[in-house]
Each structure stands twice: as C-alpha cells, then as structure tokens.
Design a protein around this ligand. Structure first.
Ligand code: ADP
Ligand code: MG
Length: 360
C-alpha cells in the first residue's frame, strides 16, 4: 500500500442476496439488494462511525470488509488487497491476520464459567499457540483492555462492560490492523458505552488501529473522527467535526452529503417531500451554491417568487411573455435553434448546388 492511499476503499460496492422462497432449486427467486453501489474510503489509523436505519446494509458492509462475505459487484480493497479477487484460502488468511471483530453480544460468545484469562487463552490455544505463550499473550491483552486486576474472575462475575472488554481483548489477539465493531455498545448503558468508546480510542492511538464502529448511538459523532450514514445500501452523508477556534471548547458537527465518483448525491426523502420534488428537479446555479428546485410547473407561486430567476427577462433576445418565467427561455432557445437550422440548411443546399453544377 502506498502512503496516502486509503486503508479501506469501497467503490460502487454491491451485495445482492438471492433467496429461493421455498429453499429449493428452481423455486421462486427473491433478491435483496443489501448494498447498492456504496463508496467509502477510510485512512489508516482513522476511527469512523457508521449509522443508518435497520436493514440499510451496515452489517453487510462490515461482513464484506471482514472477509466473512463476498461482494456481488464493485470493488473492496483493504490494506492493498482486492478482497473480491482473493481465493477463498487467501480471504481466510486475510481475515485471520488482518481483522478483529467485536459484536453486540460480546459476552454471549464467551464461556461463563471460565475466567477472563481462560476465555482469552482458549482461542489462542485453538489458533495453535503453545500453552506458555498463550498464557503470556492473554495477560498482555488483559492489560491492554484494562482488565489486569480482573483476570481471575469468572466471566459471569463480570459486568456487561467488562465482558465486552474481554471480547475486545480476543478481537485483538491476532494483532489486527482493522477492527470492526457491530453495535458494540448496543447492550450497554450510557456510562459503560462511554468507557468502551474511550477504550476504542485508546486502542486506535496506541496500536494505530483503524476502527469502524456501527452504532445506533446518537452520540457516536463525539467519539469518532467521522460518521458516515448509510441509506438504502449507499453512503448518504458524512458528519465531520467542523474546525473551531481553539478557545471554543464545544465541538461542532456538520452533516455533509456525499457525492459518489460520478457526482451523484442522495437527497434526503423528507427534503424532497417538503418541496414536492418527485422524479425530476431543476438545478440552478446561484451565488450561494447549487439550488435544487421542483420543475417550474409544480412550483407554488410562493416558491417561484422566493429566488430570482437566473434568466433575466431584459436579455436582448427575450420574447415578450405573459405566462411566467419558464416560457421565454423556451422561446428564445426555439428562435436561435430555428435560425441556426435555417442557415445550416441554406449552406448545405448551396453546397449541393455547387457539387451539381461544378462536377468533380
Ligand atoms: P443493517 O445491519 O443495517 O441492519 P443488514 O446489512 O443486516 O442491515 O441487512 C441489509 C439487508 O440485507 C436487509 O434487507 C437484510 O434483510 C438483508 N440481508 C442481510 N443478510 C442477509 C442474508 N444472509 N441473506 C439474505 N438477506 C440478508
Ligand atoms: Mg446490523
């Protein structure tokens, strides 16, 4: 990977789940478009949040980034590896060596009657480490997640937040470069969630770990560098920290809409409804920026009057009009087009005459 290149890059990522309704070959086929051309880029060492309604494709995205699932289309590159093109063996190797996972019910994947240390040692032994080395590594991991003093406690004696820290320790066991967390605080109260976010930030800095956290938490943007919102399987907007003066303690956030590689952007449905914009809209360049308006015929007089039309009726070719602003534009275009067409035909006609009379 070259310096400055994103660590994670998704381009036009598509995931379609194909299901047969009766589970049999030849049965009725249903398609679910979980990701519909998602673009995302994350720098090495960044810690980002992913938000979005249930079913918008967040878990599908994490599963693909983690090598648990394959995309149907588009490109996904992590750490210089094009995951869609890896063989199954290479993808397994990628997952084992590059990625760590943290799930919502971290504690449920652990064994309640084993100690915190034993819960961490077990997967290390299963991964083939020798007993002594596994013990030692488990001790290090317990320290990293701040559970050094709780190592000997049985898992069912630990709080939900502590259990989640054991799960995070296990996720770090393979020294991943990318940590993927799917609703890691979904089961925790606010104060405990705060502690877990602080731990993620500490790991992000200490281990230069790139972290992607999926969450419903409305306060997520306070804990991460950037929040991206997924809507209908696409990246719809990003919330970034707005640069503020050093004296201003409060953090300011700004939600920004995201353009894909082709310049497309998604306008929130509620905005479109508010302005009765359906299938088509007018784009106007104004001194403040680009304005999206409903087509002229669907505008209320109030909306029409709110912004001056960029086409001035005093322009020299303007035809007189009684029927509002849109018509003169058409008339003017029509006149130019007609006169242009006429001269074109005239030219062609005289050339034909020339050819006919002069010969070759
Ligand atoms: P989120 O995590 O944002 O709630 P998901 O990524 O889990 O969303 O799901 C996105 C869409 O894909 C949903 O419509 C879901 O039902 C569907 N989906 C997810 N996983 C599968 C699967 N293994 N098989 C079929 N459909 C799936
Ligand atoms: Mg999910």
């Amino acid at each position: 990977m070259m310096a400055g290149e994103p660590f994670v890059l998704c381009e036009n990522l598509i995931k379609i789940y194909r299901l047969t309704a009766d589970g049999q070959a030849g049965g009725h086929l249903t398609e679910v478009q979980a990701l519909q051309g998602l673009d995302l880029s994350v720098l090495a060492g960044e810690m980002i949040g992913v938000v979005g309604a249930s079913g918008s494709g967040k878990s599908t995205l994490l599963n693909i980034l983690g090598g648990l699932d394959r995309p149907t289309g588009g490109r996904v590159v992590v750490d210089g590896k094009d995951l869609g093109r890896l063989s199954q063996r290479a993808l397994d190797e990628y997952r084992r060596t590059t990625v760590g996972f943290v799930w919502q019910y971290g504690g449920r994947n652990l064994i309640p009657y084993l100690s915190a240390r034993e819960n961490i040692t077990l997967p290390l032994l299963l991964a083939g480490q020798a007993g002594r080395a596994a013990q030692q590594r488990a001790g290090e991991l317990l320290e990293i997640v701040g559970l050094g003093t709780r190592a000997a406690h049985r898992l069912d004696e630990l709080s939900g937040g502590e259990q989640q820290r054991v799960a995070i320790a296990i996720a770090l066991a393979n020294r991943p470069r990318l940590l993927l967390a799917d609703e890691p605080t979904g089961e925790l109260d606010n104060a405990t969630a705060q502690v877990i976010y602080d731990l993620f930030r500490q790991l992000n800095r200490q281990l230069t770990l790139t972290i992607i956290i999926v969450s419903h938490d409305v306060n997520l943007s306070r804990h991460v560098d950037r929040v991206v919102a997924v809507r209908d399987g696409k990246l719809a907007s990003e919330t970034v920290r707005r640069p503020v003066s050093r004296h201003d303690e409060a953090q300011h956030f700004e939600e920004l809409v995201v353009l894909d590689a082709a310049g497309r952007l998604q306008v929130p449905r509620e905005y479109l409804e508010q302005f009765h914009i359906h299938r088509r809209a007018r784009l106007e360049v104004t001194p403040q920026g680009i304005l999206i308006r409903p087509p002229a015929e669907t505008q209320t007089p109030e909306q029409q009057g709110s912004i001056p039309s960029p086409v001035s009726p005093s322009e020299e070719t303007a035809a007189p009009s009684e029927a509002g602003e849109a018509i003169p534009v058409l008339v003017r275009w029509g006149r130019r087009a007609v006169s242009g067409l006429t001269s074109l035909l005239r030219r062609r006609h005289s050339r034909q005459d020339h050819n006919a009379t002069g010969g070759v």
